[in-house]
Ligand binder design. Structure first.
Ligand SMILES: Cc1cc2nc3c(=O)[nH]c(=O)nc-3n(C[C@H](O)[C@H](O)[C@H](O)COP(=O)(O)OP(=O)(O)OC[C@H]3O[C@@H](n4cnc5c(N)ncnc54)[C@H](O)[C@@H]3O)c2cc1C
Length: 404
């Protein structure tokens, strides 16, 4: 009998397994594919960490998560978090960008708002903004290394006594009326018993939860792609953290475009659109963004980067999946029903969950241990919010992620 069975070894499940094992719980982490596979959401070479959110509840979560990233790095002894500044830009009247500024102020996050000429000065001509755009600079930016970070959490989970098993697709989660807790069955016929179960299956969440309980969670997988573009010869240093102090960035125009400094592939920079195509997680196309989306990135590169990046087309593309909720807020809650508080689900990270993984791991460990999580208001992440309003939490600004 395990104290905790964690299902799904992406960044959230791996972090949760580390946190439960660290608290002394006998933990097993089950993954349907090979560990560190590229078929979910947590693989690759870079994710942005930034505290700039239009919703004020996320900014404070990022600050805590940032400390927990550093704690995990200290425990493992290597780096997965490369700090730089965060630069957000967009039209002055863009509601979501204005909400970002307000939420930073409410969370005491120092923020500098620059007009277009101050932006050219500060970034020595790298970013060129139209006259009616502003730039928003905060210190809490950076790049996380996803595959390396997932491996770090798995290693830390192991070090703390967890058992890790891959190629274990969970097909059944049942209440165990004899022993109490839950029994979990895998496709290859193995069965595990746990006092508690944490379900962190990313884009597979809707399918698995529906199969187990009949409940339909509004979590829609989107297939998306990140693109790497070539920096023109002689300008490579300008786009690095080390030599250029280059930021992680987001552009709140249409479409929402984001990117990270040149780090993982020298001479290349990651620039992508925050959005994707709806998909079934087991029936992917693995394709790049559509020609229309690629065109919008090309145009953006041409006008924003003053000719320093080759806009003709990406030289490298990687496919990935988002798990979208209607309000782009996470789902972190007890499954309820017959399972009561014995099964916790964490999903619907809507394309912005990576940075939060250490914190969500901590929250999940507290939910299984004590039934409550300290210092975080989980009402924004409840399953019940969709019963009140199928769109979930009400926001006063446009969706960030687009279905393309
Ligand atoms: C292109 C891209 C860019 C992103 N950029 C950012 C960013 O800049 N900043 C940020 O914070 N976030 C970002 N995100 C979002 C972030 O990566 C995700 O929110 C996060 O990785 C979600 O992790 P997860 O563990 O929930 O899901 P996953 O990584 O998908 O993990 C779920 C795991 O569960 C396993 N599983 C599924 N079903 C079963 C089953 N039945 N039995 C056993 N195992 C099962 C899967 O195989 C998978 O390994 C980005 C995402 C993408 C795709």
């Amino acid at each position: 009998m395990f104290d905790v069975i964690v299902i799904g070894a992406g960044v959230i499940g791996s972090s949760a397994a580390y946190q439960t094992a660290k608290r002394g719980f006998k933990t097993i982490l089950l993954e349907q594919f090979d560990f560190l596979h590229h078929r979910g959401s947590s693989h690759g070479e870079s994710r942005t960490i930034r505290a700039t959110y239009p919703e004020e509840y996320y900014s404070s979560m990022v600050l805590e998560s940032s400390h927990l990233w550093e704690e995990a790095e200290a425990e493992i002894g290597y780096k997965v978090y490369f700090k730089t500044i965060q630069f957000d830009m967009g039209p002055l009247d863009k509601k979501s960008l204005q909400a970002v500024i307000t939420s930073c102020k409410e969370n005491s996050i120092p923020v500098r708002v620059l007009d277009h000429s101050q932006v050219s000065e500060e970034f020595s001509g790298v970013f060129e903004l139209p006259e009616d755009w502003i730039g928003v600079v905060t210190k809490q930016g950076g790049v996380l290394k996803p595959t390396k970070a997932v491996s770090m959490f798995q290693t830390l989970a192991l070090k703390n006594g967890a058992i890790l098993r891959d190629n274990m697709e969970v097909t059944e989660i049942k209440k165990d009326d004899v022993r109490g807790g839950v029994s979990v069955r895998t496709r290859n016929g193995e069965e595990f018993y746990g006092k508690k179960c944490v379900v962190t299956v990313g884009p597979w969440m809707k399918n698995l939860v529906q199969k187990v309980t009949g409940l339909v969670l509004p979590i829609q997988p989107l297939e998306t792609a990140v693109h790497y573009w070539k920096i023109k010869q002689g300008f490579e240093d300008k786009f690095t953290i080390e030599n250029g102090g280059f930021p992680t960035f987001a552009s709140y125009g249409e479409p929402y475009i984001y990117g990270t400094p040149s780090l993982e592939f020298p001479g290349l920079i990651k620039i992508a659109v925050h959005g994707g195509r709806t998909c079934e997680p087991n029936e992917r196309t693995w394709m790049a963004a559509s020609p229309a989306v690629l065109d919008s990135i090309k145009q953006w590169i041409e006008v924003r980067f003053g000719g320093l990046i080759d806009p003709n087309g990406p030289v490298l593309t990687q496919s990935c999946m988002y798990s979208m909720t209607p309000d782009e807020d996470f789902v972190i809650d007890f499954l309820g029903g017959d399972f009561g508080k014995e099964v916790v689900v964490a999903g619907g990270f809507s394309g912005h969950g990576f940075k939060m993984a250490p914190l969500v791991g901590r929250i999940l460990a507290e939910l299984v241990a004590d039934g409550v999580a300290q210092g975080v208001d989980l009402k924004y992440f409840s399953i019940g919010r969709f019963e009140v309003n199928p769109r979930g939490n009400v926001k006063d600004f446009d969706d960030q992620v687009k279905s393309l």
